[in-house]
Design a protein around this ligand. Structure first.
Ligand code: CA
Length: 316
């Protein structure tokens, strides 16, 4: 682990440079010096865990070309409707918009270029462990259980399966280089209390409008709820919008107080997402943005698509 107090977490890998959640993006994140590398986790039809941000395949793979008649009524192609072997036959590419053509981030790796594949969670963790061995650096993993209630409705206890796999691969206690994260607060509690998970855990904080989980985030970040959370998890993962607003006087960034409130109850704060090509309002450069959040708010960790730029800003 690098000798810095703020953790740099490679968000979906070094996805500012290579398509998200490909092993190539993870290798690059490792090489750029990230402390942790993130995995989002979704289950296939045959109950295999893969690393993918959405429960859908269509924005980041050629599934619509390869299996054109396999969408649901909403027109989307679900990971849960495909066996691992089928998903392994897909080409992964840089994220596209809903039109299936335009790139979400037009200046990143060209969408459609390359022969990237979708990794399983096991493959990816073994890959990072292999790099740790060959480089002598211990880079941690930062898995996120996606949509546990949705998976349960689909007949799978994804959390149980993830915790078991992490245990199999050597991640069991708070001393192991792993943070387990989830948006669903009821599930986070269940993972800790019923599944007996002893890993470091992070409660993600979203916006209620996203419909990501049944959790009421407006309630969850109030002082009493935060204090309760402090007894269950090690940290929270809010968006930058939960932490900062702009001054009505001069438009400069102003803290909303959530980081200090979390620190008061012993919670670390790892915030998302630091993007050089999509800066938060009120900031002109990645350097300035990272420095402000660390110097003014004392963030404990940052999720970033550009680990090298975050490290450079922290070190300067
Ligand atoms: Ca994530």
């Amino acid at each position: 682990m690098a000798d810095r107090s703020t953790l740099v977490i490679a968000h979906r890998g070094a996805c500012g440079y290579l398509p998200e959640h490909t092993l190539e993006a993870k290798a690059y994140a490792h090489a750029l010096g990230a402390d942790y590398i993130e995995q989002d986790i979704v289950a296939t039809r045959d109950d295999e865990l893969i690393v993918m941000h959405d429960i859908h395949l269509d924005r980041v793979t050629n599934v619509a070309d390869r299996f054109p008649d396999r969408s649901r009524e909403d027109g989307r192609f679900y990971v849960r409707d495909f066996d691992l072997e089928e998903i392994k036959s897909l080409v992964a590419w840089e994220r596209r918009r809903a039109d299936g053509v335009a790139a979400v981030f037009p200046n990143r790796f060209p969408t459609g270029l390359g022969t990237f594949r979708v990794p399983t969670l096991r493959e990816e963790i073994k890959f990072i462990q292999g790099l740790n061995r060959s480089t002598g650096r211990e880079v941690g993993i930062y898995p996120e259980i996606k949509r546990p209630q949705w998976h349960r409705d689909e007949g799978l206890d994804i959390s149980q399966q993830v915790v078991q796999l992490l245990d199999d691969l050597g991640y069991r206690t708070k001393n192991d280089p792993c943070f387990l994260q989830c948006f669903d607060a009821a599930e986070v509690r269940r993972i800790r209390q019923e599944l007996g998970c002893q890993l470091k855990m992070v409660q993600l904080i979203g916006e209620n409008t996203w419909g990501e989980s049944p959790t009421d985030y407006d309630e969850l970040i109030k002082p009493a709820a935060l204090k309760e959370l402090g007894a269950i998890v090690d940290g929270i993962g809010p968006s930058l919008g939960h932490l900062v607003t702009l001054s009505e006087i001069d438009g400069s960034p102003v803290s909303l107080g959530l980081v200090s409130a979390a620190h008061t109850v012993g919670l670390a704060v790892h915030a998302y997402t630091f993007r050089a090509d999509q800066l938060a309002p009120g900031f002109d450069t990645m350097q300035q943005m990272v420095s402000w959040f660390i110097d003014e708010l004392h963030l404990d960790g940052i999720f970033t698509d550009f680990p090298d730029q975050a490290i450079e800003a922290i070190n300067s």
